[in-house]
Design a protein around this ligand. Structure first.
Ligand SMILES: Nc1nc2c(c(=O)[nH]1)N[C@H]1C(S)=C(S)[C@@H](COP(=O)(O)O)O[C@H]1N2
Ligand SMILES: [Mo]
Length: 213
């Protein structure tokens, strides 16, 4: 997958390593590999919705048109895949869960401590609520200024990565963001998502190399 002979790639990797942004066991890629289980789902803007339920004061349901009216934000992140590729300075745009909470659009109950991302075809990913509220977790609609491509999660995906110089944030591997996301369930107790049940590490910290359980 990675072209180790590409001099640009090697040079870039050295620069990034010098900046202490290359986690252990990772290699820089200039490409954007596609990884998922199963098929790329179709998208119908007339029937698509995004739901919020569980440990919240009030359940929410937004149509695609409504979702696009929510406040959007942009962040740049380094993303790290458990299969050992990392991609640096990727630009994302979308909706921040923290902002939804701050603006009262989602009101988690005090009992809410974890979230489950629910995607098409029953795919799931769990995260501590604390991490979903960090600046480095986004419900993303755009990558590098363009709508997501179908194989990267169009129209909406969770995405999580490292923000350079924000050493205060925990950074999990990229699988902790679900492509083709359709909802968030707020939970009292943790439950394992799809890859976590398959043996991936529940915490998935890239700096601790928490790849597999
Ligand atoms: N719906 C869905 N989302 C998913 C997955 C999946 O199998 N299904 N795989 C995860 C994994 S293992 C990775 S590494 C990233 C890959 O994202 P990318 O294809 O945009 O590189 O998506 C994550 N999100
Ligand atoms: Mo992955």
């Amino acid at each position: 997958m990675l072209n180790y002979e590409n001099p640009d790639r090697r040079e870039e990797e050295e620069r990034i390593r010098d900046e202490n942004r290359l986690p252990p066991g990772q290699a820089l890629t200039l490409k954007f590999p596609v990884l998922h289980y199963g098929q790329v789902p179709p998208f119908n803007p007339a029937t698509w919705d995004f739901r919020v339920w569980g440990e919240v004061e009030q359940e929410a349901r937004w149509t695609w048109a409504e979702f696009n009216q929510l406040p959007h934000t942009k962040i740049a992140m380094d993303i790290h895949c458990v299969t050992r590729w990392s991609k640096f300075d990727t630009a994302w745009e979308g909706v921040s869960v923290r902002m939804l909470v701050e603006q009262g659009l989602i009101k988690p109950l005090p009992s809410a401590r974890f979230i489950m991302q629910h995607a098409e075809y029953g795919f799931t990913v769990n995260l501590p609520l604390e991490m979903a509220l960090q600046d480095n977790f986004l419900l993303a609609t755009h990558f590098n200024g363009e709508p997501l491509t179908p194989d990267h999660g169009y129209p909406l995906r969770g995405v999580v990565g490292a923000i350079a110089e924000r050493t205060d944030l925990q950074t999990p591997y990229l699988w902790k963001g679900a492509k083709w996301l359709r909802g968030l369930e707020f939970m009292r107790q943790d439950r394992l998502g799809f890859w976590e049940k398959a043996g991936y590490h529940n915490k998935a910290d890239v700096w601790k190399e928490e790849r597999f359980a």
